[in-house]
Design a protein around this ligand. Structure first.
Ligand code: SAM
Length: 263
């Protein structure tokens, strides 16, 4: 990865976000700077990388130490910024694994001094490789010495509620309005559609939806067409080969329900 090119591309993605959300670019850039300048968060991340590298050295754990938050995918930065902007009361995340997205949401909630993150993942010790989507490699198995969310520092866990179970069984039990939902569990067409249909009933009027790895199936696009919701598509800025990776929807967007823009 070329950090300078990545930064330039991140700025382009934030411009798109600003236009889509109709939020001043200056405000979005301020939150990006706040995150980049957050030395305590970087120390916490590096501490967890150091501890976890004894047992796991893939993904971000390939590095012994990070010199900048820019090493992370733009999706995580966007999650931080949207939580800072909208100050959600209830965030729901499906698919935690080492907790990359969770760290950024929890850091923003800590700054807001408000809100909670409910994360849902299968019990780590019970997952076998053949239960995973065929595109997921064994590299996503959690070593026995580590637990789900192993990148999340203890000091970030105050606003965290981890539910160990199947998202399709656990989402119906959530008894709260959900203001932000991030899907990063099973990306197959039917699973994405089922999970999104379940969370749909819980979302508050102006909720934010974020869907990772949307290019693994047509589940996200199909759902947007069905519900006539208008998405923003963000690339991963080279981290995984410049894929169209993250779908974002703000409910109540002015283009929502306009048949001609969504099919
Ligand atoms: C790509 S990883 C998540 C990465 C994580 N969001 C991050 O930012 O580091 C996918 C995760 O989805 C979880 N998963 C797969 N099927 C699931 C299901 N039915 N319910 C809940 N979680 C599931 C897997 O156990 C795995 O941890």
């Amino acid at each position: 990865m070329n950090p300078n090119l990545c930064k330039t591309l991140n700025h382009l993605s934030l411009e798109q976000l600003s236009q889509y959300l109709n939020i001043e670019l200056k405000k979005i850039e301020e939150y990006y700077s706040e995150l980049l300048d957050d030395s305590s968060f970087l120390i916490e991340i590096n501490d967890r990388i150091k501890q976890s590298r004894k047992f796991y050295q893939n993904a971000i754990f390939k590095h012994e130490e990070l010199d900048s938050i820019d090493w992370f995918a733009i999706q995580r930065i966007i999650l931080y910024i949207t939580v800072r902007i909208y100050k959600p009361s209830v965030c729901v995340e499906t698919g935690v694994f080492y907790g990359g997205n969770s760290c950024f949401i929890l850091n923003a909630l800590r700054r807001n001094n408000f809100g909670e993150l409910i994360s849902i993942d299968l019990p780590s010790k019970q997952i076998t490789s053949d239960q995973r989507h065929f595109l997921v490699g064994d590299k996503e198995d959690i070593p026995k010495e580590l637990d789900t969310g192993f990148l999340i520092h203890e000091s970030l866990k105050e606003r965290w509620n981890l539910i160990r179970g199947d998202s399709l069984k656990e989402i119906p039990k959530i008894n709260k309005n959900v203001d932000l939902y991030i899907h990063d569990s099973e990306h197959s067409f039917h699973f994405v559609q089922q999970e999104m249909s379940l969370i749909w009933k819980k979302l508050s009027d102006n909720a934010i939806i974020v869907v990772d790895d949307l290019d693994w199936s047509n589940g996200f696009y199909g759902f947007c067409v069905e519900k006539k919701i208008y998405p923003l598509i963000i690339t991963d800025n080279g981290k995984s080969g410049l894929r169209a990776r993250t779908g974002i929807v703000k409910l109540g967007h002015p283009l929502e329900k306009r048949v001609e823009v969504v099919g």
